[in-house]
Design a protein around this ligand. Structure first.
Ligand code: NAI
Ligand code: MG
Length: 356
């Protein structure tokens, strides 16, 4: 089994180093190969996703990804920006299904921005379609408007689009995931305004008929945003498009206390996957040794479970994370009075130790 390790930039290298430490101590006979991506690859090779990195990712059974992006690259042409690396990997590997679990650990219930009773026991799964929608739809660009409110003015445009098969496959993923959990799917759309999401709603409804054991309901995205902060425990599996999923999953992340706790998996139809924390490269804390490595360590656990067929090893990592939280160890993002403040490396070491 070959794992491609792509640390990226910002806090990426710091947090990935801790996850690699954890993987190595499991002693599972994996081949780990590291490559540059994002800003780190741009600095070295002038491109955020060099051909060699893409090839390594394609050849690997799974990819462990850190994070990419820094404000200092914001002035680069779009194709050269670090974020293009993650978009390119998703597109080239066909990673259309993004799993973002939002679980509130009992030890961290007071780190949430919501009241304890609203989040205690929270365990929801957001499934975001990842290779379609307005992020990839053509045409897009800039032009001088010939119509609209300001003819003659500069304008920019993007295209929201989804095809029936794209919606069908993500719907199947959601219903199958729900079968293994609370047996409920909420499909989030904006069918009242957007034709794209009218089709989305129709297709999800059709696919839902193949899963009579799973309850399906539909919610407009604005209401979903409201319900997520009003009564998040009402959700089980939430399935939505690329842009709505991007926004809702970050909101769901904060319910759990810190985005530094949340792993993610992005899978294609061959169960090959890219595993990364839900957060970005956190340039504000990069290089300070304070980033929370647990989201990345938990992403490695998801990788073992989904792509490498090692569910016992995955469970061992999750139990070790639970144990260090119970020991009161906290990086600054989850720190509260009465707990012990630790840095990135200490947190990683503690997980390794808890693995026994
Ligand atoms: P971010 O997730 O990097 O940071 C948001 C806030 O959360 C910051 O205050 C940060 O310090 C904190 N944070 C994030 N991860 C943390 C961790 N592990 N431990 C402790 N605190 C943590 O999002 P932001 O600031 O919007 O974006 C920063 C850069 O990251 C941008 O260039 C953006 O494009 C990029 N980005 C990359 C992603 C990826 O690589 N997949 C995803 C999201 C953003
Ligand atoms: Mg996001």
């Amino acid at each position: 089994m070959k794992i491609a390790i792509l640390p990226g930039d910002g806090i990426g290298p710091e947090i990935v180093a801790e996850a690699v430490k954890v993987l190595k101590v499991l002693d599972l006979n994996f081949e780990l190969e590291t490559a540059l991506v994002g800003g780190a690859a741009f600095e070295a090779h002038g491109h955020p996703l060099p051909e060699a990195t893409l090839q390594l990712a394609k050849d690997a059974d799974a990819i462990l990804f850190g994070a990419v992006g820094d404000w200092k690259y914001d002035t680069l042409d779009r194709p050269l920006r670090p974020e293009q690396a993650i978009l390119g990997l998703r597109k080239n590997l066909g990673l259309f299904a993004n799993f973002r679990p939002a679980i509130c650990y009992p030890q961290l219930v007071d780190a949430s921005s919501l009241k304890r009773e609203l989040v205690s026991g929270l365990d929801i799964l957001i499934i975001r379609e990842l290779t379609g929608d307005i992020y990839f739809g053509q045409p897009r660009g800039r032009r001088i408007a010939t119509d609209g409110h300001f003819p003659g003015a500069e304008e920019a445009f993007d295209t929201m689009r989804y095809s029936r098969p794209e919606i069908e496959r993500i719907a199947h993923v959601a219903f199958q995931a729900a079968r293994k959990r609370g047996k409920r799917v909420t499909s989030v759309d904006k069918a009242n305004v957007l034709e794209t999401f009218q089709l989305w709603k129709e297709v999800v409804t059709e696919i839902g008929q193949q899963y009579p054991d799973v309850a399906l309901d539909h919610m407009y995205v604005d209401n979903a945003a409201m319900q997520l902060v009003k009564a998040p425990k009402k959700f089980d599996v939430v399935v939505t498009g690329n842009m709505f999923g991007d926004i809702l999953s970050d909101a769901a992340a904060m319910l759990t206390g810190s985005i530094g706790m949340l792993p993610s998996a992005s899978l294609n139809d061959k169960n090959q996957g890219l595993y990364e924390p839900s957060h970005g490269s956190a340039p504000d804390i990069a290089g300070k040794g304070v980033a929370n490595p647990l989201a990345t360590i938990l992403s490695a656990a998801m990788m073992l479970r989904f792509s490498l067929n090692q569910p016992e090893a995955a469970a061992r990592i999750e139990q070790a994370v639970d144990k260090v939280l119970s020991q009161g160890l906290r990086t600054p993002d989850i720190y509260s009075d009465g707990t012990t403040r630790v840095g990135t490396v200490e947190m990683g070491d503690a997980v390794v130790k808890a693995l026994g």
